[in-house]
Design a protein around this ligand. Sequence first.
Ligand SMILES: *Cc1c(COP(=O)(O)O)cnc(C)c1O
Length: 458
Amino acid sequence: MLAGMSGERITKITLDESEIPRRWYNVAADLPSPPPPVLHPGTLQPVGPADLAPLFPMALIEQEVTTERYVDIPDEVLDVYRLWRPSPLFRAHRLERALGTPARIYYKYEGVSPAGSHKPNTAVAQAYYNAAAGVRRLTTETGAGQWGTALAFACAQFDLTCEVWQVRASYDQKPYRKLMIETFGGVIHPSPSELTAAGRAVLAADPHSPGSLGIAISEAVEIAAQHEDTKYALGSVLNHVLLHQTVIGEEALLQLAKVGDTPDVIVGCTGGGSNFAGLAFPFLREKLAGRMDPVIRAVEPAACPTLTKGVYAYDFGDTAGMTPLMKMHTLGHDFVPDPIHAGGLRYHGMSPLISHVYELGLIEAVAKSQSECFAAGVRFARTEGIVPAPEPTHALAACVEEALRCKETGEPKVILTALCGHGHLDMAAYGSYLAGTMTDRELSPEDLKAAAAGLPVV
Ligand SMILES: *Cc1c(COP(=O)(O)O)cnc(C)c1O
């Protein structure tokens, strides 16, 4: 029964469709103290449901603040999850052998979803709750296009119009995500656009603006706030997004139990923190209950080191300073990270819930340079046969580091990682690595100081 004991090697640990978790897990219910409240930028008072109602349906606002330990997954959402869930958990025998490590490495693979990443786990839930509330259209921003793709797919499932503002620079450079969004029925605009006051103001100042995630958020929010039948959807950072992603960790718990293993180390990459939280929070529940004791490690890019180098302070979620203030590890909303290939990890802040858990000392964090990450990504592709998205190569680099440490010490640790997406549309990034033209720029203390100087005074 145990992997390796019967002589029969288990590589892919699957679950039956009937074993898809029926509930999402809310870690806030089990923490020793609640996370600090989100504040209104004008009054500096905690925001209430009425403040958020123009942007989100009430069901999601309730999930944002709930203290219940579990939230039932609606049947309609489970029905769509069945297209790719349960996702497989793999034992990385070939990577282990290549590294010569006694560690047992497992990866939970979310690249099997329609968008090729973990993002549909929340996109489908958000589209469902909006449709159930009578909303007809969702707006959002997208950088590289992962989130826009996931939301366009989800909207197609529930007959919603999906309108995506994609940062101009990536709209021009990465046409395939745009075409995927359109194939799923989404409408896509380069941002800045002429369709919003925010976009027009930027274009008036600079007709050739390459755009930014901050500008794209402003445009998507503006349209949602102006129309009764339109709301806005966010792909990371917020509590309800992390909640929806816990289906990943709940499945992984069942899958590891099937092979009789318990993780000693869990690693995941963090942009806004949703795939990491999705895998790690159900294991954190087990850790807090004393049933296991894994080290839980977030891995961020050295070019955007929010947890390891940022400050824990109230800051805006967007560059323009329009959103409520969230207490989080942040480099400052003015911080512009180097254009590293892991576009999904270039966010100035960290999810408030992960930031709080980090402050409580329940997780740790490390930062990795992109060359080290791509080296791990290529090694992984050549052994395991999956080309990882640039983002999870960060988790893989930390995985390789831990496995090599085990080789030194002879410890047969169990390492679990989130392989949150494939890199089939990121081959240009691999091209740059393979051609030897990838660079790592060190962030100077001055860069960090300058960005933090723009933090709002609370
Ligand atoms: C969006 C994205 C990320 C970063 O977002 P998180 O909320 O930190 O998970 C990481 N990996 C992939 C594949 C993504 O699409």
